[in-house]
Design a binder for this molecule. Structure first.
Ligand code: AMP
Ligand code: MN
Ligand code: MN
Length: 331
């Protein structure tokens, strides 16, 4: 049974000729994989598609279709689609001339439903998994290139099937994508294993200043670190995954200094805690286990505020746990 929303989307897609698809700034594998997966499926259906990422997709040149990515759209469009973004601001300014998106496809629980139609499924591990479920109902097909892009989004957001939201159903989806022609080994190595010398050098600066207080671990990466290491992507080079592997910590925090007096903050936690709310309070968003925010201020100021509030979150959650244990014991 195809839902009414899927039918509406299928009709809009069938009627449209010119499509613009965009995703978030500093794109990750799910942003790029979802953008390219949907984009290639539309191109193969004979549509004219502009694939837009304000920051480009250099790091993802191993994905089919990455050569089509442009940094700003030109001309009119029949349908504007935004993937893997919880709010319009996350797109950057590239869609400013285009008004409200016609369709938003996402899996963030903090999504503001900023499209005319919103397909937002917070229980899904990745936007690419949402697309895998819906693309056939929209009259599009998944060929080996589309499958590779979607699998890349799933591998990226689950850090290689390691996050607690990975279940048998998700593995079946991944297996179907492999059946459809996706190359898991290639995607896995490119996304999670291979990295540049400068990226690991850059990690070194962050690892040297790592700190642990109670169950919170954090570190920072500065603009000077980028210069010295030669790492020029402006992100954390996935150092946050190393921080979140530390056994003693319940929450890992990473601060990445940005040009223009702002700091990119990433939170990571395991089951039982939710960091999306604290990220939301700081103007960001994300998921229970992984969230982020772009916060104005110097590195020192932002660190001070965020560490204090995150320690408070840990304190409150351990108080809550203690009272649950006491209550159960009393009963
Ligand atoms: P990151 O720490 O950048 O890897 O992001 C973790 C999660 O939080 C991802 O799902 C992001 O989409 C989301 N996120 C990160 N930064 C922001 C932001 N500034 N606003 C909203 N969501 C964000
Ligand atoms: Mn993303
Ligand atoms: Mn995602």
């Amino acid at each position: 049974m195809i839902s009414q929303i899927d039918q509406d989307i299928a009709e809009k897609i069938s009627a449209g000729k010119r499509f613009v698809i965009a995703s978030h700034i500093r794109p990750d594998a799910d942003a790029v994989g979802s953008l390219l997966g949907l984009g290639l499926a539309l191109m193969k259906a004979g549509k004219t598609v502009q694939l837009v990422l304000e920051d480009g997709a250099e790091k993802y040149d191993y994905l089919p279709g990455s050569e089509y990515v442009i940094r700003s759209p030109v001309g009119e469009a029949d349908m504007i689609i935004v993937v893997d973004c919880s709010d319009a601001e996350r797109v950057g300014s590239v869609l400013n001339d285009y008004g409200q998106p016609d369709l938003v496809i996402d899996h963030h629980k903090t999504n503001l439903a900023f499209g005319k139609i919103n397909v937002v499924e917070p229980d899904q591990v990745a936007t690419a998994a949402v697309l895998f479920d819906h693309i056939p109902a929209w009259g599009l097909s998944i060929d080996p290139d589309v499958a590779t892009c979607l699998l890349s989004g799933i591998v990226g957001d689950t850090i290689g099937f390691r996050t607690p939201n990975v279940d048998a159903n998700l593995l079946r989806k991944a297996a179907s994508l492999i059946d459809l022609g996706a190359d898991l080994n290639h995607v896995y190595n490119e996304e999670l294993v291979l990295r540049s010398f400068s990226a690991v050098h850059y990690w070194g600066f962050g690892l040297k200043r790592i700190e642990l207080q109670g169950e919170l671990v954090w570190t920072s990466l500065t603009l000077a670190d980028q210069q010295e290491s030669g790492y020029d992507q402006g992100d954390d080079a996935n150092l946050v995954n190393v921080l979140s592997s530390i056994r003693e910590a319940k929450i890992a925090l990473l601060f990445v200094e940005q040009p223009g007096n702002s700091v990119k903050v990433s939170w990571r936690t395991g089951p039982g805690l939710d960091v999306s709310e604290i990220a939301y309070r700081f103007g960001g968003g994300g998921h229970a286990a992984a969230a982020g925010a772009d916060i104005k201020g110097s590195l020192a100021e932002v660190k001070h505020r965020v560490i204090a509030e995150t320690l408070e979150l840990l304190e409150n959650s351990s108080m809550k746990n203690r009272s649950i244990i006491q209550k159960n014991f009393g009963e």
